[in-house]
Design a protein around this ligand. Structure first.
Ligand code: SF4
Length: 270
């Protein structure tokens, strides 16, 4: 695997549910074809040229040194650090990435800062033994419970049911878990039962739901706005029923907010 160096690592994210974030990997073996927004950005900024370039991740070798410099200066301002919005910190077939991610988490936790992480790969089953902070939140990304969908759209990621099994395993050890159901496809791309997906992840603490962007087939589905409104309401009602925190990503709901509140009698949707 190739190495790269960076001049800085920790930065404030513009993503609505994040605080600070780091990207200690460039590229991602999982090669999602929704398409992957991180890959589109990397192409636009000239970091990669082709999809095949994206499949060969590069590790930021000076990541831990940068954290040693940046954490003492920024610690007071940071409430959480997300790993990562631009790659996958627990990537399949890349143990060196998992190892670096765990070292990074430990270092950040040592400053009393919690982390959130998101993967379509695999968490170590003995995660709890790494001396991690109990306030950390470990999530999986899951948009369909279907092997054909995963083969087509997430070709090198962990199988969908093994992602859930892996997350259930660490949940049973008392680790906080969450699920990102984003980018959720419209029925012309993949028809599925959202309730079935929600029921499979009902053990988690939080669900993030968001629409599929950057795919022309989404807008070709004439009722896509109505569909995402209905799905968002379904997610919100499900989470309210089972006491799960939730966040609906911006742009997913197009109903006027006041109407949505009336519709749901929601206390949590602010
Ligand atoms: S796992 Fe995430 S970063 Fe990796 S290719 Fe898929 S969407 Fe992109």
């Amino acid at each position: 695997m190739c190495d790269i160096t960076r001049k800085s690592l920790l930065y404030k994210t513009g993503v609505e549910y994040g605080d600070y974030t780091i990207n200690h990997i460039e590229g991602c073996f999982h090669g999602c074809k929704y398409p992957c927004y991180a890959m589109l950005l990397s192409k636009r900024f000239g970091r990669i040229k082709t999809y095949n370039d994206w499949l060969k991740p590069k590790i930021v070798v000076n990541a831990l040194d940068l954290l040693d410099k940046e954490l003492p200066k920024l610690a007071d301002k940071i409430s959480s650090v997300h790993l990562c919005f631009m790659s996958d910190p627990f990537m399949m077939n890349h143990p060196e990435i998992t190892e670096l991610s765990l070292n990074i988490i430990r270092k950040i936790n040592d400053f009393g800062i919690r982390i959130t992480s998101l993967t379509k790969g695999r968490y170590p089953s003995d995660l709890i033994d790494y001396g991690i902070n109990k306030a950390n939140e470990y999530g999986i990304s899951l948009v369909a419970c279907n092997a054909n969908f995963v083969r087509l759209y997430e070709p090198n990621a962990q199988k969908w049911h093994l992602r859930i099994k892996n997350l259930e395993g660490i949940h049973r050890q008392g680790v906080k878990t969450w699920v990102s159901i984003e980018p959720f496809p419209t029925p012309n791309i993949f028809r599925q039962n959202l309730d079935e997906l929600l029921n499979r992840v009902a053990f988690t603490k939080k669900i993030v739901f968001g629409r599929l962007n950057y795919n022309k087939n989404t807008s070709l589905y004439a009722e896509h706005r109505q569909y995402y409104n209905e799905c968002s309401i379904q997610v919100a009602e499900f989470c309210n029923k089972y006491g799960i925190d939730f966040h609906i990503k911006e742009g997913t709901i197009t109903l006027p907010r006041v109407l949505l509140k009336q519709k749901l009698h929601l206390k949590k949707y602010a």
